[in-house]
Design a protein. Structure first.
Length: 564
C-alpha cells in the first residue's frame, strides 16, 4: 500500500532524531509471581482468580449495560483469562477530569485506558513509568520490533528517558475523518465528484458548493438564505472547532480544532529551518482562517456548526436540507442508511478524499493513538511480583491479536465467523447481528453487538496491524483508503521537545491560556465575528502578550539541549 510505504520511509529518514533511551538501557529481569501463563500470541491465564480495577469511559450513545458484565465483553475476558475486571465507570464527557481527580486523590484504578496525554501526570508520581516494564510485555515488544515503532515511541518519551503511557500502535497512520456528499445532487448540478476529488482544494470545493446551491435554489430544494453544509463534531461540548478545523488546518500546516490543546499551544516543527515555531500566528494560519471563513461568508457553511448538537447536524443531512457533512469509518454506513431511510434509495451518498490546502497531507500523522496508564497504586498494593503479572495481562489485553479480536468482534461463533469473499478469508458478523462501532449496519431487528454486549467499544481496542485495524472495513471504506493512497500524502510526524518537570510546568502555565485565546479568536475569525484583515494584528499581539514567543524559545532551547 502506497501510504504505508510513504510513512515508513518518512519515519526511517528521521529516525536518528527520535532516539529512544528507554530501549537502549540494559534491564535486569525481576523475580515474578508464578501461577499464570503468558507469551507472545499466547493466552494469558491466571491459575487462581484475580481482580484488577480498571477505569471505563462510558459514552452516552452506547452506554454500558449489565449484559456487558454478565454475558458480554467483561465476562468473556474473565472466562479466557480468569481475571475479573472491577470497573469504575465515568461519563465520557468528563472522563479525563474524573481520572485526574482520582489520581490526585491517590485512589485511581490499577489500569487506566483511553488516555490521550499523560504529560500532566508524570511529575506527580501517580502513574508508573511503564517503559520500565515493557520487558515483561512480549506482544508489545514484538509489535515494536516488527513495525519499527521506536521512533514513534520516542515522541512520548519524557526527559528522564521513560514513557508513562502504553499507546495504541498502528502499522501505518490511518485517516479516520473525512467528508460525505450527496452525489446524486452534485451530479444533477453538473459536478462529477469522483473526478473533482482527485485534485480539489478547499477553495475549489467552495466554488463547487456555490454551483450546487445555485442548482438547488433553481429546483426549489432550498432558499438562497439556506445553508447546504451544517457539520457535526464541532459544536455542542467542543470548544476548539473540533474535527472540521482539524482537517482544514492540517491542510495548511496548522494545528487547529481537535489537533490543538493546552499543552502544545499550536507549536509545530519546521524541518527546513530545523526549529519549532507557532503555527497559530503564521501566514499559513491566516490563509487557513480566510478559507474557512469564506464558506460562511458565501452562505454555504452554517455558523451553527460550531454550536449545535451532532444530532441536529445529522438530521439536517439525513433529511436532505444539507448535502455535505463530516463522517468517519464507524459512521459511514450509518450515515448512508440514515439518508436512505428518509429519502429512499435514489439519494446517493459518496465518501470523499477531503480537499487539500497548501499541502496534500492527511490530517493524521502519528502511528500512535490513545493508550493505557498504570497507576502507582497498583505497584504499591500488588508488590513487584504481582505487578509484573498485571503487566503480563495488560500486554495480552491491549497488544495480542486474540484480545484485539475478542474486544472488537466478540467470541468467534457467537457474533462472527470467517467467510470466503473473493477467495479471501474475512471476518463477517453472523446473521441477526449488526455493529454501529464497526460501521456494519443491519435491520431494526438485528442485535447491535456493541449496544448489547460492549464489543467494538472505544476503551479496549486500538492500534494493531493494518490488516487487523481494517478487518471490519466495508467496501465503501476500502475504496476510500485506496483513493487516499492515490490523492493524498502522509506528513512526517513532528519531533518532540522533552521538558524537565519544571520546564513542563512552565510551558503548561503559558500554553493553557494561550490555547484558550487562540481557540476563541479562531472561531471568531471563522464565523466572521472578527475581521481577518482588520483584526489580525490585534490577534497576534494578544498571543504575544500570552507568551507565545517565550513558548517557542523555550521549546527550541529544550530541543537543542536534548539533541547536543
Amino acid at each position: 500500500m502506497k501510504k504505508v510505504v510513504t510513512l515508513t520511509v518518512a519515519i526511517m529518514c528521521v529516525a536518528a532524531m527520535f532516539a529512544a533511551p528507554w530501549s537502549k538501557k540494559a534491564k535486569g529481569k525481576k523475580a515474578e509471581a508464578s501461577g499464570y501463563t503468558f507469551g507472545e500470541e499466547k493466552t494469558f491465564r491466571s491459575e487462581k482468580p484475580v481482580t484488577y480495577s480498571i477505569s471505563f469511559s462510558d459514552a452516552a450513545w452506547y452506554a454500558m449495560q449489565d449484559t456487558w458484565k454478565t454475558e458480554g465483553i467483561f465476562k468473556d475476558i474473565e472466562n479466557v483469562t480468569n481475571v475479573h475486571l472491577d470497573i469504575t465507570s465515568y461519563d465520557s464527557g468528563d472522563y479525563e477530569q474524573k481520572i485526574n481527580l482520582a489520581i490526585n486523590a491517590g485512589k485511581p484504578t490499577y489500569i487506566i485506558p483511553k488516555v490521550y496525554t499523560e504529560d500532566k501526570y508524570v511529575a506527580g508520581g501517580g502513574v508508573v513509568a511503564v517503559s520500565d516494564y515493557v520487558q515483561y510485555m512480549p506482544n508489545f515488544l514484538a509489535f515494536v520490533k516488527k513495525y519499527n515503532m521506536e521512533p514513534d515511541l520516542a515522541t512520548i518519551t519524557q526527559s528522564d528517558g521513560k514513557f508513562y503511557r502504553l499507546p495504541g500502535m498502528h502499522e501505518a497512520a490511518l485517516q479516520d475523518y473525512t467528508l460525505m456528499v450527496r452525489e446524486d445532487i452534485f451530479k444533477a448540478a453538473g459536478y462529477d465528484i469522483r473526478e473533482l476529488e482527485k485534485t480539489w482544494t478547499w477553495e475549489s470545493l467552495l466554488d463547487v458548493l456555490l454551483g450546487v446551491k445555485k442548482y438547488m435554489v433553481s429546483q426549489g430544494m432550498c432558499k438562497e438564505s439556506d445553508y447546504i453544509w451544517s457539520d457535526l463534531w464541532c459544536g455542542e461540548g467542543v470548544v476548539n472547532g473540533g474535527n472540521l478545523l482539524k482537517l482544514m488546518g492540517a491542510s495548511y500546516n496548522v494545528l487547529s480544532g481537535w489537533a490543538i490543546d493546552g499543552s502544545n499551544g499550536g507549536i509545530k516543527y519546521d524541518y527546513k529551518k530545523k526549529e519549532f515555531y507557532s503555527s497559530s500566528i503564521s501566514e499559513d494560519f491566516k490563509k487557513f482562517i480566510t478559507v474557512a471563513n469564506s464558506f460562511i461568508k458565501a452562505g454555504i457553511l452554517d455558523p451553527e456548526t460550531f454550536t449545535q448538537s451532532n444530532d441536529t447536524a445529522h438530521n439536517k443531512f439525513y433529511s436532505g436540507k444539507t448535502v455535505i457533512m463530516s463522517t468517519n469509518r464507524s459512521m459511514m454506513s450509518n450515515d448512508i442508511a440514515g439518508v436512505q431511510k428518509i429519502l429512499g434509495d435514489k439519494a446517493k451518498c459518496y465518501v470523499t478524499a477531503y480537499p487539500s490546502g497548501t499541502n496534500k497531507n492527511l490530517a493524521e500523522t502519528s502511528r500512535l493513538e490513545c493508550g493505557v496508564m498504570i497507576s502507582q497504586r497498583a505497584l504499591d498494593e500488588l508488590g513487584e511480583k504481582e505487578f509484573i503479572k498485571l503487566m503480563r495481562f495488560v500486554d495480552w489485553m491491549f497488544y495480542s491479536k486474540e484480545a484485539y479480536t475478542l474486544c472488537k468482534w466478540g467470541p468467534q461463533g457467537k457474533t462472527w465467523d470467517y467467510a470466503t469473499v473473493n477467495g479471501k478469508q474475512v471476518k463477517k458478523l453472523l446473521p441477526g447481528f449488526k455493529c454501529g462501532g464497526l460501521g456494519l449496519s443491519g435491520s431494526d431487528d438485528d442485535v447491535d453487538i456493541r449496544l448489547k454486549w460492549g464489543y467494538a467499544g472505544g476503551n479496549y481496542f486500538y492500534g494493531h496491524s493494518t490488516a487487523e485495524s481494517t478487518d471490519a472495513f466495508t467496501p465503501e471504506v476500502q475504496d476510500l483508503y485506496a483513493r487516499y493512497a492515490k490523492y493524498k500524502t502522509v506528513a512526517v510526524v513532528d519531533p518532540k521537545a522533552k521538558p524537565s518537570e519544571d520546564e513542563r510546568e512552565q510551558l503548561n502555565l503559558w500554553a493553557t491560556p494561550l490555547t484558550d485565546n487562540i481557540n476563541a479568536w479562531t472561531l471568531k475569525f471563522v464565523t466572521g465575528q472578527k475581521d481577518i484583515n482588520k483584526d489580525w494584528n490585534e490577534y497576534v499581539s494578544s498571543c504575544k502578550n500570552l507568551n507565545i514567543d517565550k513558548i517557542v524559545k523555550l521549546t527550541n532551547d529544550i530541543y537543542k539541549k536534548q539533541n547536543k
